[in-house]
Design a protein around this ligand. Structure first.
Ligand code: CP3
Length: 357
């Protein structure tokens, strides 16, 4: 049995157990807003060079934890490691984000894809997990993660980021069988990837369905939800105390909260377009909730940040029958490079101070 982390607030909140204060971590807590990250990146040469080197990935994972009183670490990597390992050729163009050399546009393209081998083709990720666990030395739990099958498919079909998702939506309309074939292999890969991260030492797992919210409700129910449900069902979660809780994060998932709460996941991550209290009422204690401050709150003054933190904490408590249990504080999406580290400290400290009362 792996010993529990010294600070297990985050894992307790995911299990909806009592905590002394609400745990907090931030999506993209390791990144360009930190000068030490920019320095490490300059030395390594690129984002991918950092992610593919376990020692450097470990260093940048730990950077935000040295500054802020965060209750969890998240593996420094990317969701696009899976399609890269499937042979699509991931690269980054400065200012334009991720791109793929090859795309998936047909049933024949999808049929050529297979689940990568986790301990060879994605060994650098598993080595990063092992290195980070060793260096964390039980300080806080480590979160492993993956993209959702739909969100991965968006990048694989579009060949990079997109504003309108025209190609993948056309595929959904004109050749749904091909898209389902792609989503099926992605789902197998996500399950294998998360299971391997857990085996390597990840103590919680998060699936990022970043682009689920660009789908109409009917299309979400066809092209994203069933695959999220399959992940929650089939994920090899280990036994007893070793089982790693699962968080399903989705931008724009508020309309689907009722069904997500029934999916078998331990927690649902929500964005700021829903009030946390309403989300808590609608999920009725079936899952923990993670979120959900607008990341732009970090552009506010320290006073404004404290006010918004309190508002979110109170909203959750009011919707959760007067209890703070089952809440993991986070932003509703990732941080941006131009945010002020001092403001992050204000946010983290206010979550702990206010929720301890
Ligand atoms: O949260 C963390 O600190 C862990 C690390 C992490 C990264 N990417 C590092 C990263 C995580 C969890 C991700 C997930 C990810 N990657 C998502 C889902 C979450 C989300 O934000 O919606 C998506 C859609 C991606 C794909 C991706 N990777 C994009 C769109 C970009 C470009 C973004 C940008 O700001 O330029 C990346 C690159 C990336 N992944 C960076 C980081 C820190 C920026 C790297 C750099 O230029 O230094």
């Amino acid at each position: 049995m792996t010993p529990l982390p010294k600070n297990d607030r985050f894992l307790r909140a995911l299990r909806r157990e009592p905590v002394d204060r609400t745990p907090v971590w931030l999506m993209r807590q390791a990144g360009r807003y930190l000068p030490e990250y920019r320095e490490t990146r300059r030395q390594a040469g690129s984002f991918l060079a950092m992610a593919k080197n376990p020692e450097i990935a470990c260093e940048v994972t730990l950077q935000p934890l040295r500054r802020f009183d965060l209750d969890a670490a998240i593996l420094f990597s990317d969701i696009l490691t899976i399609p890269d390992a499937m042979g699509l050729g991931l690269y980054f163009v400065d200012g334009e984000g991720p791109k793929f050399e090859r795309t998936v546009r047909s049933a024949a393209d999808a049929a050529r894809l297979s689940v990568p081998d986790m301990e060879t083709e994605l060994r650098y990720v598993m080595d990063a997990v092992r290195t980070i666990r060793r260096e964390l030395d039980g300080k806080v739990p480590l979160i492993g993660f993956s993209g959702s099958p739909w969100t991965l498919a968006c990048y694989m079909v579009e060949g990079g980021g997109s504003k309108d998702f025209a190609r993948i939506k056309a595929m959904a309309l004109n050749d749904p069988a091909a898209l389902h074939a792609l989503l099926a292999v992605n789902t197998d890969a996500v399950i294998a990837y998360l299971s391997a991260q857990r085996a390597a030492g990840a103590q919680a797992l998060q699936v990022f369905d970043t682009w689920g919210g660009v789908l109409s409700p009917a299309m979400y129910r066809e092209f994203s939800l069933p695959y999220l449900q399959r992940i929650a069902r089939e994920l090899e979660r280990g036994e007893g105390g070793e089982r790693a809780p699962l968080i399903l994060f989705g931008k724009g998932n508020a309309v689907h909260l009722d069904v997500l709460a029934e999916s078998g996941t331990d927690a649902v991550g929500v964005d700021w377009l829903v009030e946390l209290g309403e989300a808590a009422r609608r999920t009725q204690g079936k899952v923990a909730l993670q979120g959900n401050l607008d990341p732009a709150t970090l552009y506010g003054s320290p006073d404004a940040i404290r006010r918004e933190v309190r508002r979110a904490l109170d909203s959750y408590r009011d919707g959760n029958g007067g209890s703070r249990e089952g809440h993991v504080f986070n932003l509703g999406h990732g941080m941006s490079p131009d945010m002020d580290p001092e403001h992050v400290a204000v946010l983290v400290d206010e979550v702990h101070a206010y929720s301890a009362r």
